[in-house]
Every structure is written in C-alpha cells, then in structure tokens.
Ligand binder design. Structure first.
Ligand code: AMP
Length: 205
C-alpha cells in the first residue's frame, strides 16, 4: 500500500512517517536537502528556493519520486504532491492512492516550527519544548551531535510556505477528496493518539 501524507509544514507528517516502520518514507524535502548538501550547481539553486520558502518545479520533484520509488515497497509520500499537477503525475505513476490529511490548526504552527530541530544524520525530528532530545543537542537515535534548525523554519519562510499550502495544497486535498480516497486525522493531539487514530482509520495493525 502506498500513502500520501498531506498537511501544513509542522503538522507532524514527518514524525509519524518515521514511526511507521512497515513503510518506506519518501520525503522530497529530505531528498532536495541532500542535493543541496552535495554543493552541486543544482544544489545551490535548490538551496535558494528552499530557504526562501518557495517550491521547486514539478518536473524536478517528480524526477526525485521516480528515481527513489523503483522498488516494490510500501511507500509514504511525505511532502509530495504539493501541487495539483504533481498529484495528477503521481496518479499516472502509481495509480490511485490513499491520502492522509494531518489536520492541525495554523495558529499553533509557528511555535512548533521555530522550536523544531532535526538530526543532520538520520533526520530524526525534535521539538525543544514538546519532545527534546535526552541529551542537549544530541540525537537520541544515532548520537550525532549538533542538531540543526532548518533555514526555512523561520517565521518569514514559514509564512510563505503556509500561503503556498493554503493555495496549492488545498487543491491537492480537493483532488483526493473528489476521488474519495482522503482520510483526515486530528493531528492536534498527543503523538500516540495521532498514531492510534491513523491506524484505526486506515485499518492498520
Ligand atoms: P519539507 O521538508 O517537506 O518541508 O520541504 C522543504 C522544502 O523543499 C519545501 O518548502 C520546498 O521548497 C521543497 N519541496 C519539498 N517537496 C517539494 C515538492 N513536492 N514540490 C516542490 N518543492 C518541494
């Protein structure tokens, strides 16, 4: 089974997908950041777009998906599709998919995002207030020191990312709603409750 995770940045998509070990998480954001870290000319272009809170073009995002989902696995598409065109392209590539919308109030996002820290090695996500690492600035999972604060996790870039979600992202939600394959979960509750609701609504063990 392949799933699409939709929702505002910071609504918990990445955190939940990392806990679902029966699935392989494909995050276009993570893949783009990898290209950015390589320092290539393309990576530098990507960095400008990501840091400003904009979107890379649909073809580039799709290419990443095509290249990284060739195996016959259960994938979670996290952060893709972000536009209606991407949603249509994904249907062509993988057929009809169930989309999970992480419903989280916009007003609470800023606090989540400005306190978010990521492990640069394994991608584990922390929140300095709600779910800090056991040892300060150190990843619980892989012990890497030096958690990072994403450059696009600032109030300015976030406000652009939210606007994009409210225009483009809403069209994607409608796309799956019309197809009858949209599941909405309340992402504004404790993580174990989000997970329980997710599993119940998707009939997962
Ligand atoms: P994320 O880690 O999902 O929040 O993505 C970080 C940034 O990567 C986004 O703000 C965009 O600049 C870029 N990005 C990620 N996924 C896509 C996509 N499917 N289409 C276009 N840009 C993307």
């Amino acid at each position: 089974m392949n799933l699409v995770f939709l929702g505002f940045p910071g609504s918990g998509k990445g955190t939940v997908s990392k806990l679902l070990t029966d699935f392989t998480q494909i995050s276009t954001g993570d893949l783009l950041r990898k290209e950015q870290e390589s320092g290539s000319a393309l990576g530098q272009e990507i960095a400008k777009i990501i840091d400003g809170g904009g979107l890379v073009n649909d073809q580039m995002a799709l290419k990443l998906i095509e290249e990284n989902t060739k195996e016959n696995l259960n994938y979670i598409f996290d952060g893709f599709p972000r536009t209606l065109v991407q949603a249509q392209m994904l249907t062509e590539l993988k057929g009809d998919l169930t989309a999970v919308f992480f419903d989280f109030p916009k007003e609470k996002l800023i606090e989540r995002i400005v306190n978010r820290r990521n492990c640069p090695s394994c991608g584990q996500i922390y929140n300095l207030v709600l779910s800090p690492p056991k040892e300060s600035n150190t990843c619980d999972h892989c012990q890497t020191k030096g958690l990072i604060h994403r450059k696009d996790d600032t109030e300015e870039a976030l406000s652009k990312r939210l606007k994009i979600f409210e225009t483009e992202g809403k069209k994607v939600i409608e796309y799956y709603l019309l197809k009858g394959t949209l599941v909405t979960i309340n992402a504004d509750q404790e993580l174990d409750k989000v997970l329980a609701e997710f599993k119940r609504k998707l009939n997962l063990p």
